[in-house]
Design a protein around this ligand. Structure first.
Ligand code: PEP
Ligand code: MG
Length: 584
Protein backbone atom coordinates (compact mmCIF):
# COMPACT_ATOMS: atom_id res chain seq x y z
CA UNK A 1 0.00 0.00 0.00
CA UNK A 2 1.22 3.51 -0.87
CA UNK A 3 3.00 5.29 1.95
CA UNK A 4 5.04 8.48 1.96
CA UNK A 5 8.00 8.74 4.32
CA UNK A 6 9.82 11.97 4.67
CA UNK A 7 13.48 12.31 5.52
CA UNK A 8 16.10 14.88 4.60
CA UNK A 9 17.53 15.13 1.14
CA UNK A 10 21.30 14.64 1.48
CA UNK A 11 22.40 13.88 -2.07
CA UNK A 12 20.33 14.90 -5.06
CA UNK A 13 18.89 12.70 -7.73
CA UNK A 14 15.80 10.57 -8.21
CA UNK A 15 15.64 6.81 -8.18
CA UNK A 16 12.93 4.24 -8.75
CA UNK A 17 13.71 0.70 -7.69
CA UNK A 18 13.12 -2.15 -5.29
CA UNK A 19 14.12 -1.89 -1.67
CA UNK A 20 16.87 -3.93 -0.11
CA UNK A 21 16.49 -3.63 3.65
CA UNK A 22 19.54 -4.02 5.86
CA UNK A 23 18.73 -4.36 9.50
CA UNK A 24 21.08 -2.73 12.01
CA UNK A 25 24.20 -4.68 12.80
CA UNK A 26 23.79 -4.43 16.53
CA UNK A 27 20.87 -6.79 16.68
CA UNK A 28 18.17 -5.39 18.83
CA UNK A 29 16.31 -8.65 19.20
CA UNK A 30 14.38 -9.50 22.33
CA UNK A 31 14.53 -13.01 23.82
CA UNK A 32 12.25 -15.19 21.75
CA UNK A 33 11.56 -18.93 21.95
CA UNK A 34 9.90 -21.30 19.52
CA UNK A 35 7.85 -24.47 20.06
CA UNK A 36 9.99 -27.65 20.33
CA UNK A 37 8.53 -29.09 17.14
CA UNK A 38 9.79 -26.10 15.13
CA UNK A 39 13.41 -26.49 16.15
CA UNK A 40 14.64 -28.37 13.09
CA UNK A 41 12.72 -26.08 10.72
CA UNK A 42 14.25 -23.04 12.46
CA UNK A 43 17.76 -24.47 12.07
CA UNK A 44 17.03 -25.16 8.40
CA UNK A 45 15.75 -21.57 7.98
CA UNK A 46 18.97 -20.25 9.51
CA UNK A 47 21.17 -22.37 7.26
CA UNK A 48 19.17 -21.36 4.20
CA UNK A 49 19.84 -17.72 5.12
CA UNK A 50 23.56 -18.45 5.54
CA UNK A 51 23.59 -20.12 2.11
CA UNK A 52 21.89 -17.08 0.57
CA UNK A 53 24.53 -14.79 2.08
CA UNK A 54 27.33 -17.05 0.87
CA UNK A 55 25.90 -17.01 -2.66
CA UNK A 56 25.43 -13.24 -2.56
CA UNK A 57 29.00 -12.67 -1.54
CA UNK A 58 30.26 -15.00 -4.26
CA UNK A 59 28.26 -13.07 -6.85
CA UNK A 60 29.51 -9.77 -5.51
CA UNK A 61 33.08 -10.98 -5.66
CA UNK A 62 32.69 -11.94 -9.32
CA UNK A 63 31.22 -8.59 -10.26
CA UNK A 64 34.05 -6.53 -8.79
CA UNK A 65 36.57 -5.37 -11.29
CA UNK A 66 39.75 -3.33 -11.43
CA UNK A 67 41.07 -1.62 -8.31
CA UNK A 68 37.86 -2.28 -6.41
CA UNK A 69 38.31 -6.01 -6.81
CA UNK A 70 41.50 -5.85 -4.80
CA UNK A 71 40.36 -3.47 -2.07
CA UNK A 72 36.83 -4.68 -1.48
CA UNK A 73 37.66 -8.24 -2.41
CA UNK A 74 39.76 -8.45 0.75
CA UNK A 75 36.73 -7.65 2.90
CA UNK A 76 34.55 -10.12 1.06
CA UNK A 77 37.10 -12.90 1.34
CA UNK A 78 37.36 -12.32 5.05
CA UNK A 79 33.60 -12.29 5.44
CA UNK A 80 33.28 -15.47 3.40
CA UNK A 81 35.80 -17.11 5.72
CA UNK A 82 33.81 -16.00 8.73
CA UNK A 83 30.71 -17.65 7.29
CA UNK A 84 32.52 -20.96 7.48
CA UNK A 85 34.00 -20.28 10.88
CA UNK A 86 32.96 -23.01 13.33
CA UNK A 87 33.42 -20.57 16.22
CA UNK A 88 30.76 -18.32 14.75
CA UNK A 89 28.30 -20.88 13.48
CA UNK A 90 28.45 -24.07 15.51
CA UNK A 91 27.10 -22.51 18.66
CA UNK A 92 24.05 -21.30 16.77
CA UNK A 93 22.46 -24.70 16.12
CA UNK A 94 23.14 -25.60 19.73
CA UNK A 95 21.43 -22.47 21.06
CA UNK A 96 18.33 -23.20 19.01
CA UNK A 97 18.26 -26.92 19.87
CA UNK A 98 18.99 -26.70 23.60
CA UNK A 99 17.12 -23.51 24.49
CA UNK A 100 14.43 -23.34 21.78
CA UNK A 101 15.61 -19.89 20.86
CA UNK A 102 14.56 -18.33 17.58
CA UNK A 103 17.28 -18.03 14.93
CA UNK A 104 17.26 -14.23 15.43
CA UNK A 105 17.83 -14.44 19.14
CA UNK A 106 20.48 -17.14 18.75
CA UNK A 107 22.32 -14.84 16.32
CA UNK A 108 22.17 -12.02 18.79
CA UNK A 109 23.50 -14.15 21.68
CA UNK A 110 26.31 -15.47 19.54
CA UNK A 111 27.21 -11.97 18.37
CA UNK A 112 27.29 -10.66 21.94
CA UNK A 113 29.42 -13.57 23.11
CA UNK A 114 32.06 -12.99 20.42
CA UNK A 115 31.90 -9.21 20.92
CA UNK A 116 32.69 -9.69 24.62
CA UNK A 117 35.86 -11.61 23.72
CA UNK A 118 36.97 -8.97 21.18
CA UNK A 119 36.25 -6.04 23.47
CA UNK A 120 38.71 -7.34 26.03
CA UNK A 121 41.56 -7.69 23.58
CA UNK A 122 44.55 -5.43 24.10
CA UNK A 123 45.24 -5.00 20.43
CA UNK A 124 43.31 -2.02 19.01
CA UNK A 125 43.38 -3.49 15.52
CA UNK A 126 41.92 -6.80 16.66
CA UNK A 127 39.23 -4.98 18.62
CA UNK A 128 38.00 -3.39 15.41
CA UNK A 129 37.45 -6.88 13.91
CA UNK A 130 34.10 -6.97 15.68
CA UNK A 131 32.86 -4.78 12.81
CA UNK A 132 33.41 -7.70 10.46
CA UNK A 133 31.49 -10.07 12.71
CA UNK A 134 28.69 -7.51 12.89
CA UNK A 135 28.57 -7.16 9.14
CA UNK A 136 28.39 -10.90 8.59
CA UNK A 137 25.77 -11.43 11.29
CA UNK A 138 23.84 -8.42 9.97
CA UNK A 139 23.78 -9.96 6.50
CA UNK A 140 22.50 -13.29 7.86
CA UNK A 141 19.88 -11.50 9.89
CA UNK A 142 18.72 -9.53 6.87
CA UNK A 143 18.58 -12.73 4.79
CA UNK A 144 16.41 -14.37 7.46
CA UNK A 145 13.86 -11.63 6.96
CA UNK A 146 13.92 -11.44 3.24
CA UNK A 147 10.46 -11.77 1.82
CA UNK A 148 11.80 -13.12 -1.44
CA UNK A 149 14.77 -15.38 -0.83
CA UNK A 150 15.48 -15.45 -4.57
CA UNK A 151 16.54 -11.78 -4.61
CA UNK A 152 20.30 -12.11 -4.83
CA UNK A 153 22.09 -9.20 -6.40
CA UNK A 154 21.49 -5.65 -5.37
CA UNK A 155 22.17 -3.97 -8.68
CA UNK A 156 19.24 -1.68 -9.45
CA UNK A 157 18.04 -1.69 -5.86
CA UNK A 158 17.67 0.95 -3.20
CA UNK A 159 19.43 0.23 0.06
CA UNK A 160 17.38 0.94 3.19
CA UNK A 161 19.46 0.86 6.38
CA UNK A 162 19.86 2.52 9.74
CA UNK A 163 23.05 4.23 8.55
CA UNK A 164 25.88 3.86 6.07
CA UNK A 165 29.59 4.32 6.67
CA UNK A 166 31.56 6.49 4.21
CA UNK A 167 33.74 3.49 3.38
CA UNK A 168 30.72 1.47 2.19
CA UNK A 169 29.48 3.94 -0.38
CA UNK A 170 31.92 3.33 -3.25
CA UNK A 171 31.30 -0.39 -2.81
CA UNK A 172 27.53 0.10 -2.93
CA UNK A 173 27.81 2.18 -6.04
CA UNK A 174 30.07 -0.36 -7.70
CA UNK A 175 27.41 -2.96 -6.97
CA UNK A 176 24.88 -0.87 -8.88
CA UNK A 177 22.83 0.41 -5.93
CA UNK A 178 20.61 3.25 -7.21
CA UNK A 179 20.07 5.19 -4.00
CA UNK A 180 20.35 4.88 -0.22
CA UNK A 181 17.72 5.68 2.41
CA UNK A 182 18.76 5.73 6.07
CA UNK A 183 16.68 6.08 9.20
CA UNK A 184 19.49 7.97 10.99
CA UNK A 185 22.33 10.11 9.65
CA UNK A 186 22.63 13.72 8.63
CA UNK A 187 23.11 15.74 5.46
CA UNK A 188 26.39 17.08 6.85
CA UNK A 189 27.96 13.72 7.67
CA UNK A 190 30.94 12.48 5.74
CA UNK A 191 28.76 9.75 4.24
CA UNK A 192 26.52 12.46 2.81
CA UNK A 193 29.51 14.39 1.47
CA UNK A 194 30.82 11.26 -0.21
CA UNK A 195 27.38 10.34 -1.60
CA UNK A 196 27.18 13.77 -3.24
CA UNK A 197 30.64 13.23 -4.63
CA UNK A 198 29.56 9.88 -6.08
CA UNK A 199 26.24 11.32 -7.38
CA UNK A 200 24.45 8.64 -5.40
CA UNK A 201 21.01 9.86 -4.26
CA UNK A 202 20.77 9.73 -0.45
CA UNK A 203 17.91 10.42 1.94
CA UNK A 204 18.81 10.52 5.63
CA UNK A 205 16.69 10.78 8.78
CA UNK A 206 13.80 8.78 7.28
CA UNK A 207 12.91 7.74 10.81
CA UNK A 208 10.39 4.99 10.05
CA UNK A 209 12.15 3.50 7.05
CA UNK A 210 13.14 0.23 8.74
CA UNK A 211 9.68 -0.36 10.16
CA UNK A 212 7.66 0.65 7.11
CA UNK A 213 9.73 -0.67 4.23
CA UNK A 214 10.17 -4.36 3.45
CA UNK A 215 12.55 -6.08 1.12
CA UNK A 216 11.26 -5.95 -2.43
CA UNK A 217 8.92 -2.96 -1.92
CA UNK A 218 9.04 -0.56 -4.85
CA UNK A 219 10.33 2.86 -3.81
CA UNK A 220 10.47 6.24 -5.51
CA UNK A 221 13.24 8.25 -3.85
CA UNK A 222 13.87 11.96 -4.23
CA UNK A 223 17.29 12.90 -2.88
CA UNK A 224 16.48 16.63 -3.07
CA UNK A 225 13.26 16.82 -1.05
CA UNK A 226 13.98 13.76 1.09
CA UNK A 227 10.65 12.15 0.12
CA UNK A 228 10.45 8.38 -0.19
CA UNK A 229 7.26 6.87 -1.61
CA UNK A 230 6.61 3.20 -0.98
CA UNK A 231 4.45 1.49 -3.65
CA UNK A 232 4.18 4.66 -5.76
CA UNK A 233 0.88 5.16 -7.63
CA UNK A 234 0.41 6.49 -11.16
CA UNK A 235 0.74 10.12 -10.02
CA UNK A 236 3.96 9.37 -8.17
CA UNK A 237 5.40 7.67 -11.23
CA UNK A 238 4.49 10.68 -13.35
CA UNK A 239 6.12 12.97 -10.75
CA UNK A 240 9.21 10.79 -10.77
CA UNK A 241 9.48 10.93 -14.55
CA UNK A 242 8.95 14.70 -14.50
CA UNK A 243 11.70 15.08 -11.91
CA UNK A 244 14.13 13.04 -13.98
CA UNK A 245 13.27 15.18 -17.04
CA UNK A 246 13.59 18.41 -15.03
CA UNK A 247 16.96 17.28 -13.68
CA UNK A 248 18.20 16.69 -17.22
CA UNK A 249 16.84 20.05 -18.40
CA UNK A 250 18.53 21.92 -15.54
CA UNK A 251 21.80 20.12 -16.29
CA UNK A 252 21.60 21.14 -19.95
CA UNK A 253 20.96 24.75 -18.99
CA UNK A 254 23.78 24.81 -16.46
CA UNK A 255 26.12 23.18 -18.91
CA UNK A 256 26.04 26.38 -20.94
CA UNK A 257 28.01 27.96 -18.07
CA UNK A 258 30.89 25.52 -18.35
CA UNK A 259 33.08 27.98 -20.16
CA UNK A 260 31.74 31.19 -18.61
CA UNK A 261 33.69 33.06 -15.93
CA UNK A 262 32.52 33.11 -12.30
CA UNK A 263 32.03 36.88 -12.45
CA UNK A 264 29.50 39.04 -10.63
CA UNK A 265 27.22 41.48 -12.48
CA UNK A 266 29.57 44.31 -11.55
CA UNK A 267 32.64 42.51 -12.85
CA UNK A 268 34.30 40.95 -9.78
CA UNK A 269 35.92 37.59 -10.46
CA UNK A 270 35.22 35.00 -7.78
CA UNK A 271 37.47 31.98 -7.47
CA UNK A 272 35.65 28.65 -7.47
CA UNK A 273 37.85 25.79 -6.32
CA UNK A 274 36.72 22.19 -6.28
CA UNK A 275 36.47 19.78 -3.37
CA UNK A 276 37.68 16.61 -5.02
CA UNK A 277 37.61 13.15 -3.48
CA UNK A 278 38.01 10.82 -6.46
CA UNK A 279 39.60 10.75 -9.93
CA UNK A 280 36.09 11.36 -11.32
CA UNK A 281 35.79 14.53 -9.20
CA UNK A 282 39.14 15.72 -10.49
CA UNK A 283 38.12 15.16 -14.12
CA UNK A 284 34.81 16.94 -13.51
CA UNK A 285 36.49 19.84 -11.70
CA UNK A 286 38.86 20.26 -14.58
CA UNK A 287 36.13 20.12 -17.20
CA UNK A 288 33.98 22.68 -15.36
CA UNK A 289 36.79 25.17 -15.18
CA UNK A 290 37.46 25.05 -11.43
CA UNK A 291 40.34 27.29 -10.36
CA UNK A 292 42.04 24.26 -8.87
CA UNK A 293 41.36 21.78 -6.09
CA UNK A 294 40.62 23.69 -2.88
CA UNK A 295 40.18 20.61 -0.72
CA UNK A 296 41.38 17.06 -1.20
CA UNK A 297 40.43 15.00 1.85
CA UNK A 298 43.29 12.50 2.13
CA UNK A 299 41.54 10.46 4.81
CA UNK A 300 39.40 8.84 2.13
CA UNK A 301 42.56 7.02 1.05
CA UNK A 302 42.74 5.49 4.50
CA UNK A 303 39.09 4.54 4.95
CA UNK A 304 38.05 1.00 4.08
CA UNK A 305 41.62 -0.28 4.29
CA UNK A 306 43.19 -2.59 6.77
CA UNK A 307 46.72 -1.33 6.37
CA UNK A 308 48.04 2.20 6.28
CA UNK A 309 48.73 3.34 2.72
CA UNK A 310 52.51 3.60 2.35
CA UNK A 311 54.46 6.54 0.95
CA UNK A 312 54.46 5.18 -2.59
CA UNK A 313 50.76 4.56 -2.68
CA UNK A 314 49.99 7.99 -1.29
CA UNK A 315 52.50 9.64 -3.60
CA UNK A 316 50.83 8.07 -6.63
CA UNK A 317 47.38 9.23 -5.53
CA UNK A 318 48.60 12.80 -4.90
CA UNK A 319 50.65 12.89 -8.09
CA UNK A 320 47.65 11.70 -10.13
CA UNK A 321 45.62 14.47 -8.55
CA UNK A 322 48.24 17.07 -9.46
CA UNK A 323 48.62 15.75 -13.00
CA UNK A 324 44.83 15.62 -13.42
CA UNK A 325 44.60 19.34 -12.75
CA UNK A 326 47.23 20.14 -15.42
CA UNK A 327 49.00 23.01 -13.71
CA UNK A 328 46.12 24.36 -11.61
CA UNK A 329 46.90 24.41 -7.89
CA UNK A 330 45.77 21.52 -5.73
CA UNK A 331 45.24 21.81 -1.99
CA UNK A 332 45.99 18.57 -0.20
CA UNK A 333 44.62 18.38 3.31
CA UNK A 334 46.62 16.28 5.73
CA UNK A 335 44.89 13.41 7.44
CA UNK A 336 41.62 14.25 9.17
CA UNK A 337 40.78 10.84 10.55
CA UNK A 338 38.76 10.55 13.72
CA UNK A 339 35.19 11.35 14.77
CA UNK A 340 32.86 9.86 12.11
CA UNK A 341 35.86 9.03 9.91
CA UNK A 342 37.10 6.06 11.88
CA UNK A 343 39.40 3.79 9.91
CA UNK A 344 40.07 0.08 10.00
CA UNK A 345 43.81 0.41 10.42
CA UNK A 346 43.80 0.95 14.18
CA UNK A 347 45.19 4.48 13.80
CA UNK A 348 42.22 6.21 15.35
CA UNK A 349 41.90 5.66 19.07
CA UNK A 350 39.00 3.32 19.74
CA UNK A 351 36.43 4.05 22.42
CA UNK A 352 37.10 7.75 22.81
CA UNK A 353 34.35 9.07 25.07
CA UNK A 354 33.67 11.95 22.68
CA UNK A 355 35.49 11.41 19.39
CA UNK A 356 34.37 14.69 17.78
CA UNK A 357 36.27 16.43 20.59
CA UNK A 358 39.02 13.85 20.61
CA UNK A 359 42.24 13.02 18.85
CA UNK A 360 41.29 13.88 15.26
CA UNK A 361 42.89 15.88 12.46
CA UNK A 362 46.20 17.55 13.24
CA UNK A 363 46.05 16.28 16.81
CA UNK A 364 46.34 12.72 15.52
CA UNK A 365 49.04 13.62 12.97
CA UNK A 366 51.22 15.31 15.59
CA UNK A 367 50.98 12.26 17.84
CA UNK A 368 51.78 9.83 15.05
CA UNK A 369 54.96 11.39 13.73
CA UNK A 370 55.94 8.48 11.49
CA UNK A 371 52.52 8.34 9.83
CA UNK A 372 52.56 12.12 9.38
CA UNK A 373 56.08 12.08 8.01
CA UNK A 374 55.08 9.44 5.43
CA UNK A 375 52.16 11.58 4.35
CA UNK A 376 54.18 14.81 4.14
CA UNK A 377 56.88 13.08 2.08
CA UNK A 378 54.27 11.84 -0.38
CA UNK A 379 52.67 15.29 -0.68
CA UNK A 380 55.99 17.10 -1.08
CA UNK A 381 57.15 14.63 -3.73
CA UNK A 382 53.90 15.23 -5.65
CA UNK A 383 54.72 18.95 -5.72
CA UNK A 384 57.40 18.15 -8.30
CA UNK A 385 54.58 17.58 -10.82
CA UNK A 386 52.56 20.78 -10.36
CA UNK A 387 51.57 23.40 -7.79
CA UNK A 388 50.56 21.96 -4.41
CA UNK A 389 49.39 23.58 -1.17
CA UNK A 390 49.25 21.78 2.18
CA UNK A 391 46.17 22.34 4.34
CA UNK A 392 46.03 21.35 8.02
CA UNK A 393 42.70 20.29 9.57
CA UNK A 394 41.38 20.91 13.09
CA UNK A 395 43.95 23.55 14.02
CA UNK A 396 43.22 25.17 17.37
CA UNK A 397 46.45 26.98 18.19
CA UNK A 398 49.54 28.77 16.88
CA UNK A 399 51.71 26.00 18.34
CA UNK A 400 50.10 23.36 16.15
CA UNK A 401 50.73 25.32 12.94
CA UNK A 402 54.33 25.95 13.96
CA UNK A 403 54.88 22.27 14.73
CA UNK A 404 53.52 21.30 11.31
CA UNK A 405 55.59 23.96 9.58
CA UNK A 406 58.71 22.69 11.27
CA UNK A 407 58.02 19.13 10.22
CA UNK A 408 57.15 20.23 6.68
CA UNK A 409 60.39 22.22 6.41
CA UNK A 410 62.37 19.20 7.64
CA UNK A 411 60.64 16.96 5.11
CA UNK A 412 61.33 19.38 2.25
CA UNK A 413 65.00 19.61 3.23
CA UNK A 414 65.33 15.83 3.48
CA UNK A 415 63.71 15.22 0.09
CA UNK A 416 65.87 17.87 -1.56
CA UNK A 417 68.94 16.20 -0.04
CA UNK A 418 67.74 12.88 -1.49
CA UNK A 419 67.68 14.51 -4.92
CA UNK A 420 63.92 14.78 -5.49
CA UNK A 421 62.73 17.58 -7.74
CA UNK A 422 60.18 19.43 -5.65
CA UNK A 423 58.42 22.79 -5.88
CA UNK A 424 60.27 25.94 -4.84
CA UNK A 425 57.47 26.93 -2.50
CA UNK A 426 54.74 24.85 -0.91
CA UNK A 427 52.20 27.14 0.78
CA UNK A 428 50.94 25.95 4.16
CA UNK A 429 47.39 26.74 5.23
CA UNK A 430 45.14 26.12 8.21
CA UNK A 431 41.53 25.06 8.29
CA UNK A 432 39.47 27.40 10.40
CA UNK A 433 36.92 25.02 11.86
CA UNK A 434 37.56 25.14 15.59
CA UNK A 435 36.09 28.30 17.15
CA UNK A 436 39.32 28.88 19.14
CA UNK A 437 41.26 29.17 15.87
CA UNK A 438 38.69 31.58 14.45
CA UNK A 439 38.86 33.81 17.51
CA UNK A 440 42.64 33.61 17.95
CA UNK A 441 43.35 34.06 14.23
CA UNK A 442 44.93 37.55 14.52
CA UNK A 443 47.52 35.96 16.83
CA UNK A 444 48.70 33.30 14.37
CA UNK A 445 47.82 34.52 10.91
CA UNK A 446 51.51 35.31 10.35
CA UNK A 447 52.26 31.56 10.53
CA UNK A 448 50.09 30.58 7.55
CA UNK A 449 50.09 31.28 3.82
CA UNK A 450 46.37 30.81 3.29
CA UNK A 451 43.19 29.81 5.12
CA UNK A 452 40.19 27.65 4.44
CA UNK A 453 37.08 27.79 6.59
CA UNK A 454 35.48 24.44 7.37
CA UNK A 455 31.96 25.55 8.11
CA UNK A 456 30.73 21.97 8.61
CA UNK A 457 32.78 21.68 11.77
CA UNK A 458 32.82 25.37 12.67
CA UNK A 459 29.01 25.36 12.93
CA UNK A 460 29.09 22.13 14.94
CA UNK A 461 31.67 23.34 17.46
CA UNK A 462 30.44 26.92 17.70
CA UNK A 463 26.82 25.97 18.28
CA UNK A 464 27.53 22.76 20.24
CA UNK A 465 25.35 20.97 17.70
CA UNK A 466 26.52 17.60 16.37
CA UNK A 467 26.71 17.71 12.56
CA UNK A 468 25.64 14.06 12.43
CA UNK A 469 22.57 14.38 14.61
CA UNK A 470 19.51 15.01 12.51
CA UNK A 471 17.39 15.26 15.67
CA UNK A 472 18.89 18.68 16.37
CA UNK A 473 17.01 20.06 13.36
CA UNK A 474 17.41 23.82 13.03
CA UNK A 475 19.89 24.04 15.91
CA UNK A 476 22.59 23.13 13.42
CA UNK A 477 22.57 26.05 11.00
CA UNK A 478 25.07 28.42 9.38
CA UNK A 479 22.34 31.08 9.67
CA UNK A 480 23.12 31.72 13.33
CA UNK A 481 24.21 35.29 14.13
CA UNK A 482 27.28 33.96 15.97
CA UNK A 483 28.44 32.08 12.88
CA UNK A 484 27.76 34.99 10.51
CA UNK A 485 29.64 37.42 12.73
CA UNK A 486 32.57 35.08 13.31
CA UNK A 487 32.82 34.30 9.61
CA UNK A 488 32.80 38.02 8.83
CA UNK A 489 35.61 38.62 11.35
CA UNK A 490 37.74 35.75 10.02
CA UNK A 491 37.36 36.92 6.40
CA UNK A 492 38.16 40.52 7.43
CA UNK A 493 41.30 39.43 9.34
CA UNK A 494 42.53 37.38 6.39
CA UNK A 495 41.88 40.22 3.94
CA UNK A 496 43.61 42.77 6.19
CA UNK A 497 46.72 40.56 6.18
CA UNK A 498 46.54 39.81 2.47
CA UNK A 499 46.07 36.06 3.08
CA UNK A 500 43.85 34.18 0.60
CA UNK A 501 40.82 32.68 2.29
CA UNK A 502 38.17 30.26 1.01
CA UNK A 503 35.20 28.53 2.57
CA UNK A 504 35.34 24.79 1.86
CA UNK A 505 32.47 23.50 4.02
CA UNK A 506 29.20 22.43 2.40
CA UNK A 507 27.91 25.97 2.88
CA UNK A 508 30.09 27.09 -0.04
CA UNK A 509 28.39 24.62 -2.37
CA UNK A 510 24.86 25.85 -1.73
CA UNK A 511 23.91 28.60 -4.19
CA UNK A 512 21.46 30.02 -1.66
CA UNK A 513 24.34 31.12 0.59
CA UNK A 514 26.29 32.86 -2.17
CA UNK A 515 24.94 36.40 -1.51
CA UNK A 516 25.68 36.06 2.21
CA UNK A 517 29.26 34.88 1.70
CA UNK A 518 29.95 37.54 -0.94
CA UNK A 519 28.55 40.24 1.35
CA UNK A 520 30.95 39.13 4.10
CA UNK A 521 33.84 39.67 1.69
CA UNK A 522 34.56 36.11 0.57
CA UNK A 523 36.30 35.88 -2.77
CA UNK A 524 37.02 32.14 -2.91
CA UNK A 525 34.68 29.19 -2.59
CA UNK A 526 35.66 25.53 -2.55
CA UNK A 527 32.85 23.15 -3.35
CA UNK A 528 32.05 19.82 -4.87
CA UNK A 529 31.94 19.89 -8.70
CA UNK A 530 28.34 18.62 -8.53
CA UNK A 531 27.13 22.13 -7.59
CA UNK A 532 29.89 24.22 -9.15
CA UNK A 533 27.79 25.40 -12.09
CA UNK A 534 24.87 26.33 -9.83
CA UNK A 535 27.15 28.37 -7.61
CA UNK A 536 28.67 29.99 -10.70
CA UNK A 537 25.17 30.84 -11.86
CA UNK A 538 24.36 32.38 -8.46
CA UNK A 539 27.60 34.40 -8.47
CA UNK A 540 26.82 35.73 -11.95
CA UNK A 541 23.42 36.96 -10.74
CA UNK A 542 24.89 38.96 -7.82
CA UNK A 543 25.86 42.62 -7.69
CA UNK A 544 28.85 42.60 -5.36
CA UNK A 545 28.94 46.30 -4.48
CA UNK A 546 25.23 46.22 -3.64
CA UNK A 547 25.79 43.22 -1.36
CA UNK A 548 28.85 44.73 0.31
CA UNK A 549 26.89 47.90 1.06
CA UNK A 550 24.46 45.75 3.08
CA UNK A 551 27.11 43.75 4.94
CA UNK A 552 26.80 45.73 8.18
CA UNK A 553 23.08 44.99 8.45
CA UNK A 554 23.90 41.32 8.00
CA UNK A 555 26.65 41.34 10.62
CA UNK A 556 24.30 42.93 13.13
CA UNK A 557 21.41 40.56 12.52
CA UNK A 558 20.33 39.16 15.87
CA UNK A 559 18.45 36.00 14.94
CA UNK A 560 17.95 33.46 12.19
CA UNK A 561 14.74 35.13 11.01
CA UNK A 562 16.49 38.44 10.41
CA UNK A 563 19.34 36.71 8.52
CA UNK A 564 16.78 34.92 6.36
CA UNK A 565 14.99 38.23 5.76
CA UNK A 566 18.33 39.79 4.77
CA UNK A 567 18.96 36.92 2.35
CA UNK A 568 15.50 37.24 0.79
CA UNK A 569 16.05 40.94 0.30
CA UNK A 570 19.65 40.61 -0.91
CA UNK A 571 19.11 37.72 -3.26
CA UNK A 572 18.78 38.86 -6.81
CA UNK A 573 15.25 38.00 -8.01
CA UNK A 574 16.44 36.87 -11.43
CA UNK A 575 18.90 34.42 -9.90
CA UNK A 576 17.37 31.06 -10.90
CA UNK A 577 19.13 29.41 -7.96
CA UNK A 578 17.60 31.92 -5.56
CA UNK A 579 15.94 30.45 -2.52
CA UNK A 580 16.39 31.00 1.14
CA UNK A 581 18.03 27.87 2.51
CA UNK A 582 15.55 25.93 4.55
CA UNK A 583 17.98 23.40 5.99
CA UNK A 584 20.96 23.60 8.29
C1 PEP B 1 34.48 21.24 7.30
O1 PEP B 1 34.55 20.89 8.48
O2 PEP B 1 33.72 22.14 6.89
C2 PEP B 1 35.31 20.56 6.29
C3 PEP B 1 35.40 21.00 5.06
O3 PEP B 1 35.96 19.43 6.66
P1 PEP B 1 35.24 18.01 6.87
O4 PEP B 1 33.82 18.13 6.35
O5 PEP B 1 36.04 17.01 6.13
O6 PEP B 1 35.28 17.81 8.35
MG1 MG C 1 36.11 19.58 9.15
Amino acid sequence: MRKVLSGHGASRGSALGRARVRLPHALDVAEETIPAEQVEAEIARLHAAIDVVRAEMGLLRERLQGALAKEIGEFLDLHALLLDDPELLEGLDELIRANFYSADYALRLQRDRIAAVFTHMDDAYLRTRIDDIDQVIGRIHAALHRRDAAVHGIAGEILVADNVAPSELPQLQAQGVLAVVTSAGSALSHSAILARSLHLPLVVGATWALQKINDGDVLAVDGSTGLVVRDPDADDLRTHRARVREGKRERRQLNRLRREPSRTLDGADIKLWANAESPEDVAEAHALGAAGVGLYRTEFLFLGRRELPDEEMQFQAYRNLVLGMTGRTVTIRTLDLGADKADNTGLVLPDEPNPALGVRGVRLSLRRQAVFETQLRAIVRASGYGPVRVLVPMVSSREEVLAVREQLDRTIAALRAEGHAIAEHIPLGAMIEVPAAAIALPGFIDTVDFLSVGTNDLVQYLLAADRNNEALGDLYTPLHPALVRLLGDVIATASAHGKPIAVCGEMAGDPAFVPLLLALGLGEFSLHPATLLEVRQAVRACDLSRLRSRAETLRHAYDRASIEAWLREATCPDNPAARVPSHG
